[in-house]
Design a protein around this ligand. Structure first.
Ligand code: ZN
Ligand code: ZN
Length: 257
């Protein structure tokens, strides 16, 4: 199993998951053209995609979903709350499949468990995805590390987790007060220390790699996010566990296991 970030941050998110049986996107939050460019850079042929799985309706996760689905005849999976909130911007899709939050479904041989996350959108989810004995978790937009999130992300080999902002950079930065409140709120985004605290609770002997994601370009820096996560994952790091960042304007790194 292999995961490659195509983009991650407030301006667009997408991850490509590849197995020997299929290639699937989780979110497609750049324009169709940019999505195709990033896939090209990652060596992924959009004609070979088996599906797009959508976490929630915010445009930084859905901007390219409709275009890609129509152009390359890709089926799309999302829950009804997301569809109701996103259908006006997503438009027609090649084939729409609904999943139910909390209920496992299959996409091209992948076993996908969508789980509820606290975020200011209709029925937002994270995903636990498994293929054979490989297990992956993706949670990129959540204001709080709930017990459910901890339970679901524990015992996985690879975890993609939001590390959105440095609290001081957000406090002292240029965002208007209301937006600062929204970002740091219970339904907003995890800060570096909150993300690091969650990682500490889910680290296990199984865990091999952590990808920090959805970093704010305005209110965070990769070195700060990495330092914070690595400090809380001391033993994991000493045992050569990987901690890396997914960035807004770069493809990769690819994690394979
Ligand atoms: Zn969001
Ligand atoms: Zn987002």
């Amino acid at each position: 199993m292999k995961i490659t970030p195509l983009a991650s941050g407030s301006s667009g998110n997408s991850f490509v998951i590849q197995t020997d049986a299929s290639t699937v996107l989780v979110d497609a939050g750049l324009t169709g053209k940019r999505m195709v460019d990033r896939m090209g850079a990652a060596g992924v042929d959009p004609c070979g995609l088996s599906g797009i799985i959508v976490s929630h309706a915010h445009t930084d996760h859905t901007k390219g979903v409709g275009v890609l689905s129509r152009k390359f005849k890709i089926p799309v999976w999302m829950n009804r709350g997301t569809w109701d909130a996103a259908r006006a911007t997503v438009g027609k899709v090649h084939r729409l499949e609904f999943f139910e939050t909390g209920r496992i479904f299959q996409v091209a041989g992948l076993r996908v468990h969508p789980f509820s996350v606290p975020h200011d959108c209709a029925d937002p989810v994270g995903f636990r995805i498994s293929y054979g004995t490989c297990r992956l978790g993706i949670a990129t937009d959540l204001g709080t590390a709930t017990g459910l999130v901890v339970k679901i992300l524990a015992g996985l080999q690879v975890v993609v987790l939001e590390s959105n902002h440095d609290p001081a950079m957000l406090r002292d930065g240029p965002y208007p007060w209301e937006l600062k409140q929204r970002v740091r709120g219970r339904l907003g985004h995890l800060s570096n220390p909150e993300s690091a605290g969650l990682l500490q609770r889910i680290v296990s002997d199984e865990l091999t790699a952590v990808v920090l994601a959805h970093m704010s370009e305005t209110n965070n820096r990769a070195d700060l996010a990495l330092e914070c996560a690595r400090a809380s994952l001391g033993e994991f790091v000493r045992n050569r566990g990987t901690v890396c960042c997914a960035l807004q304007n770069e493809v990769g790194p690819t994690i394979e296991w």
